[in-house]
Design a protein around this ligand. Structure first.
Ligand SMILES: [Fe+2]
Length: 474
């Protein structure tokens, strides 16, 4: 006999109390609130055969992109498989999708999670797993369309609707539909102000449009909703730091790094990625980040042994390069090369994008800027294939521009910077880059105008901006 969850999705259990706990765990998981795993542990101690709890546990392990949790993922997959037909067909489909991930078929796994939605469009766990999977695999249009496929089956009467809107908002943002993304994201927040993914989608819109001051104010206004007891808060703090970085307040960026983005020596890849990316953005601007690289490289060290997911590997190499541990960086490259020789999803991601970006990071760190450019130019337009968001992958463009300036490839730098100023004219930093290009070409008047543009925009963003109040230890 099966029961159904609050969305009418079948769950193979007769244990009503466990089902209630499971609902609570799902609610926490879809909002990234802590701690669904603790609740799942309680459920499974009570009823080790509760397949849906294993489905959620598997989804959480899978989306962590952390090789060290694969044994837990395998344990949950095998637990469901051992139930045979006592598990509902939907739960068996979850196990099959997660099994594909274990076998390295990341793309097939995410397609299978998506297929579950054709029969069970209200399966919020499958929906979120497929959505995050699309993000991890750089499937921008599916970030949008996977959610669109089920959207007509949802409305406000179904618990969790706001999360579906939040996911759709992010998919719209990643496909450039900024106005609609913001509308949908704000609608999600009207329904549920505690949805950090919807907050994130709106913050992304502001990032892409250079609405720096609005972004700072928006995140500040919602901080109590998204920042407390939330496993995703570090990433929204990272977005706040990007806004400050663009207006040139690197002191505030470092304060946010210390107090919010990298608060502990966590070895969760998703957290370490943001830490690496923020320090690398500062590094290529010539900002001294002190001992931070060393601590971060320590945390990344196990990644050097065994590559697993190219997007993570590249960020590990940034930390190793920043900490002057080039031996570890090269060891990671060797691990990536072993991955690239395979036929699984990550082999392709590593071959096409991961290795060229990794090589470029090392070249940059060594001051071999021409080699950095050679690595990045051929792949910059296909870099989405190794996952992440536009905002995250902008690091590749920023590294390329800086390498071009330092290599004296001024016409290339001029072309690349023009891309940036045309796309995001509100960014003071883009105009600073433009001024550097004009200086290098010897166009003093143009450089002066670009500096004036940067300063005008910086002042506009700063106008009335109070102290954020984030300092070390706060
Ligand atoms: Fe983001």
């Amino acid at each position: 006999m099966s029961l159904v969850d609050c969305r009418g999705v079948p769950v193979s259990t007769r244990n009503v109390r466990c089902l209630q706990q499971y609902e609570q765990a799902v609610e926490l998981a879809v909002g990234y609130y802590l701690d669904p795993l603790a609740i799942l542990q309680e459920i499974l101690e009570d009823d080790a055969q509760f397949a849906a709890a294993h489905c959620l546990r598997a989804a959480l392990m899978l989306t962590a992109t952390d090789k060290s949790v694969l044994p837990m993922l395998r344990e949950s997959v095998e637990a469901i498989e051992s139930l045979g037909r006592r598990a509902h067909e939907r739960e068996r489909a979850h196990a099959a999708a997660a099994r594909a991930w274990l076998q390295g078929d990341f793309a097939g796994s995410i397609r299978s999670y998506g297929d579950i939605l054709h029969d069970y469009p209200h399966d919020l766990v499958a929906l979120q797993t497929a959505h995050i999977g699309d993000f991890l695999l750089g499937e921008s249009t599916m970030l949008r369309d996977r959610i669109a496929q089920v959207l007509p089956q949802w409305d406000e009467s179904i618990p969790g609707y706001s999360y579906v809107l939040g996911m759709y908002a992010f998919g719209l943002e990643e496909t450039g539909a900024y106005s609609r993304a913001e509308d949908i994201g704000r609608r999600a927040l009207e329904l549920n102000g505690r949805d950090p993914w919807a907050v994130h989608a709106v913050a992304h819109v502001m990032e892409m449009q250079g609405r720096l001051r609005e972004g700072i104010d928006f995140l500040g206004a919602h901080e109590n909703a998204w920042a407390r007891n939330n496993a995703f808060a570090f990433h929204n703090w990272w977005h706040l730091a990007l806004f400050y970085l663009d207006i040139g307040d690197t002191g505030q960026v470092l304060a946010l790094y210390d107090a919010k983005v990298r608060t502990a020596s966590s070895q969760a890849p998703l957290e370490m990625i943001d830490a690496s990316a923020l320090l690398w953005r500062l590094h290529i601007r010539g900002v001294d980040v002190g001992e931070r690289w060393r601590a971060l490289a320590d945390a990344w060290q196990p990644a050097a042994e065994d590559a697993f997911y190219a997007f993570n590997d590249v960020h590990a190499i940034m930390a190793f390069a920043g900490a002057h541990r080039l031996g570890l960086a090269r060891k990671t490259i060797a691990a990536m090369e072993r991955q690239a020789a395979g036929t699984h999803t990550n082999a392709l991601m590593t071959r096409e994008v991961g290795l060229p970006v990794a090589q470029a990071v090392i070249s940059f760190a060594l001051g071999h800027y021409a080699e950095c450019i050679e690595s990045l130019l051929p792949i910059r337009t296909i870099a989405h294939r190794f996952g992440g968001s536009h905002a995250q992958r902008d690091l590749i463009h920023l590294t390329l521009v800086e390498a071009a300036l330092r290599a004296g490839k001024i016409k290339l730098a001029r072309a690349l910077v023009a891309e940036r100023t045309q796309l995001k004219a509100a960014s003071p930093f883009n105009w600073q880059l433009s001024a550097r290009v004009s200086d290098a070409i010897g166009e003093a008047d143009r450089a002066a105008r670009a500096r004036e543009s940067a300063e005008t925009r910086r002042r506009a963003h700063f106008a009335g901006l109070g102290a954020w109040g984030v300092g070390p230890g706060s």
